[in-house]
Structures are given as structure tokens and as C-alpha cells.
Design a protein around this ligand. Sequence first.
Ligand code: GDP
Length: 388
Amino acid sequence: MQLESRRYFFTMVCIERPYILLRRFEKRQAAGIAMSGKTALITGITGQDGSYLAELLLEKGYTVYGLVRRVSQPSLGRNLINHLMSNENFHLLNGDLADQNSIDNAVHQVKPDEFYNLGAMSFVPESWRSPMMTADITGLGALRCLEAVRKHAPDCRFYQAGSSEQYGKVREVPQSEQTPFHPRSPYGCAKVMAFEITRNYRESYNMFACTGILFNHESPRRGLEFVTRKVTMMAARIKHGFDECLHIGNVDAKRDWGFAGDYVEMQWKMLQQDEPDDYVIATGRTHSIRDMISLAFSHIGLDLTWSGEGVDTIATDQNEVVRVRTNPKFFRPAEVDLLIGDPAYAKEKLGWETKTTFEQLIQMMVESDLAIVQEAVDGGYAPPTPPE
Ligand code: GDP
């Protein structure tokens, strides 16, 4: 009897149990893929938001597909996602927001649970130089994505990246989901089109389609052409002696700046709700470009004093060295003067709260750019320069 029970114990513990555990593990894995392991397709994956969102979704157990334009040298322009390339749940597909077939094929192949359209021609000044391309990629691109989802994965939940630029010449302060749009650039117009067609597909085809009207969101991954990153990179270059002075446009414009890493979580949350809807994501606080520059420069030990007005505005440091000059070429044909979002609805529905303050954000960006410039100095190569 004792021998029997010992045999039973041996069989159960040494042979059966590991096998049962292995089966359970496999089952859990399989169940995991069916439950939390959803599949997401992201356009604009190589950009700031795309890379943060991909990281977030991979952490949550998603399989992530990114749509990228076919280029002959894929290593170029993909540095924000290089660290994800070895992840077995991360894949890239060739596709272009200008090409309906390529989006159709991607959606047909992947059959995503969630589609995030983050791709756009997103630099406002460029939209005056290339208005047709902006309308095509930023506006019609959203429609092409919606069409692909409608035809090939109608149950897929769809997120459209909206923008505070839709408000433009603001009709009220702060701006909420109810504020009428008055875009002030071809980019803003294209984003309004994308917003309206997303709402229309929701109402026409009962699709789970949402737009996040995100106010400016920045990070160390922001492109060097945007004002925050231009300023923090120039501060780092000035600190290391590569430049003496920052040349800038309208310092009186105001923006509601948040941290992109916080904002992508809200993009995901919008698609986890019971009903589709549109949400403003903002901090509810606004700062001028002038204040942002002063803050960034204080982190490199320069205390700025401002003088002059308009294109004659300058800022000098505590040693009377001119550190900021205004250049009319950075002014825009039409300006969005005061953007400040009202995130009350997102607070109520999504539990949104600002995690990273403006001060922390600018500090994070200056520190990151100081490290990038230091690395270039140590490596003996030229540090990045913001485009003219
Ligand atoms: P946007 O809100 O998407 O246009 O983000 P940007 O970072 O490009 O611009 C924010 C604001 O900064 C706008 O009101 C610009 O007019 C203002 N600005 C002032 N100087 C500059 C500059 O040198 N570069 C950029 N990009 N913006 C500037």
C-alpha cells in the first residue's frame, strides 16, 4: 500500500504534474492570445506616438503590426522603433496612406481587433507648402483606412488621431468636444475632414470609430522641426558650445502641451469603452512659446530677459549675451493663438488625469537632448541640428 502511494506520488509529482502544468501553461497562453492578446494595426508607427503606442500595446500582450512606406533603405527614419524589431509580436507591413490597395491588403491580412490611424503629414508649416499632399495623406488617408476596415474587418475598433489644430481660430476658451472648428491651416482643414468622416462612418455603418482630439503632446521623441524639441535641442547645443543663439518665430503663441507617453494610453482607452465617442485630451493649462524657452534655458543655467516686440523680440542671458532672436521666416501665414483644452469629458469617462507636468516634460526633453549631444561629442560626430 505504501509502495502504491509512493508510486502514485512519484507519477503525479514527477510525471503527471509537470505535464499538467505545461498543458495549463499552454492553455493559458492560447487563452491569453484570445483574451488580452489582441491584434492592432498602426499607421504612423515610426513617429513619436506610433512608437509609444506600440510599446504600450506590446506590454499589454498585443500583437502589433505597423504600416510603413516601402523605402529602399529601411534603416533610415526608423530609429524610434529599432528597439522593437526583435520582439516576436511586432511586425511591419508595407503600405501607404495614399494607396487604398495597400491598406486594404494589410487589413485583410491582419484582421486587426484595433486600428490606430496615427499617420499624417503633421507639420503645420509644411501644409501650406504642400496642401494637396496634406489633404491626401492627412484627410483622405483617414477615409481610406475607414474604408479598408469597413470592407475587411467591420468589427475592428478604429482610432483616428485628431488635433487641436481643428479649433484654429478658437471660438471659445477652453476648447471642448462641443467647440465648433475653425481650422487655420491646410493641416487643420485635413484633420477636420478626417474627424468628420470618422464620425460619419460611425453613424452610417455603426462602426466603433473614435477620434481623440489631442492637444500638443511632446517628448524626447518629438521631431526636431516642432518648437519644443527645436528649443530643447538648441539649448543642449548652446550648452555644449555648438551654437550661441536660438532663432525662433512667434513667441507669443500659446499651446497646451502634454507628454506623448501619457496621451497614447488614452488612445488605447478610447477603444476599450462600451460605446465609441470623441474625446479631448489636454492638460487644461497653457503656456507661451516665450515661457517654454525661458524654462528650457534655465535648465542649462541661462536666465533670460526678454525685450522688444513681434519680429524684434530678443532674449539676453545674465551676461548680456543675446540667446534668442526672432526670425520672420518662422512665422505662419495664419496663426493659432490660444489653444487650451477642456479634458473634463475624458476625465469623467476615461479616468484621464495629467501625469507629467509641463515643467517635468521640458526638463525630460532638455536632459535627453543634453545626453544626445554629449554622446555625439564623445563619439566625435556632429550632433543633430533642427531644420531651418
Ligand atoms: P503645432 O501646434 O502643431 O503647429 O506645433 P509646433 O511645435 O510646430 O508649433 C507650435 C507653435 O510654436 C506655433 O504657434 C508656432 O507658430 C510657434 N513657433 C514659434 N517659433 C517656432 C519655430 O521656430 N518652429 C516651430 N515649429 N514653431 C514655432
